[in-house]
Design a binder for this molecule. Structure first.
Ligand code: K2U
Ligand code: ZN
Length: 185
């Protein structure tokens, strides 16, 4: 398994709509495993394939130990009172904003073995499902911000992005911020 580099805002791949996976193969499983390792190295709770420069419709999630590999995921049901919470994105480091989303969603997908699954998530898990599935359709959390808040977020990103030449964020294998807070990932 490998820790991959993360593409950051400005890389056009983050705005592309991903391709459905026709068959879950060993190559798909290798991508999934690398995405989990990359997500953990970045102290994330979710990661979508475009964030590592890939165009397959695949994402991974791990919220408080509830870990899912989702191939061709789609939200088939959204309900409950809408909830607003602050979001960030591994592809837009150090930029945050409040996003309102349905409180509970049901997602249909294929798992790492290609078997159909249906999972319902609420709270942070439900939000993560929605954030990652948005990535697979070229949508980012900043797209939900008001005009003024998006302008402010993008102004901050104009400063932050200088740290990521080529829109590439390099991570250190096997390290998460919590283990090495003194080091920049
Ligand atoms: O896709 C990503 O960039 C990973 C996102 C997933 C996410 C964002 C907002 C809300 C829920 C999930 C995060 O950057 S992972 C970082 C993180 C860690 C703990 C709690 C929230 C976000
Ligand atoms: Zn994100």
């Amino acid at each position: 398994m490998s820790v991959l580099s993360i593409r950051v805002l400005g890389d056009p791949v983050l705005r592309e709509v991903t391709q459905p996976v026709a068959e879950v193969t060993d190559e798909t499983r290798r991508l999934i495993d690398d995405m989990f390792e990359t997500m953990y190295a970045a102290s994330g709770i979710g990661l979508a394939a475009p964030q590592v420069g890939r165009r397959e419709r695949v994402c991974v999630v791990d919220v408080e130990g509830a870990a899912y590999a989702l191939v061709n995921p789609e939200v088939v049901h959204a309900e409950g009172p809408k909830a607003k919470a602050e979001e960030g994105c591994l592809s837009i480091p150090d930029v945050y904003g409040d996003v309102e989303r349905p409180g509970r969603v049901t997602v249909r997908a294929l798992d790492r073995d290609g078997a159909p699954i249906e999972v319902t998530g609420e709270g942070l898990l439900g939000r993560c499902f929605q954030h990652e599935i948005d990535h697979l359709h070229g949508k980012l959390f900043i797209d939900y911000l008001s005009f003024l808040k998006r302008r402010s977020a993008l102004a901050k990103w104009e400063e932050e992005k200088e740290q990521y030449p080529g829109f590439i964020r390099i991570l250190k294998p096997g390290r998460s911020a919590s283990e090495h807070p003194e080091e920049e990932l």
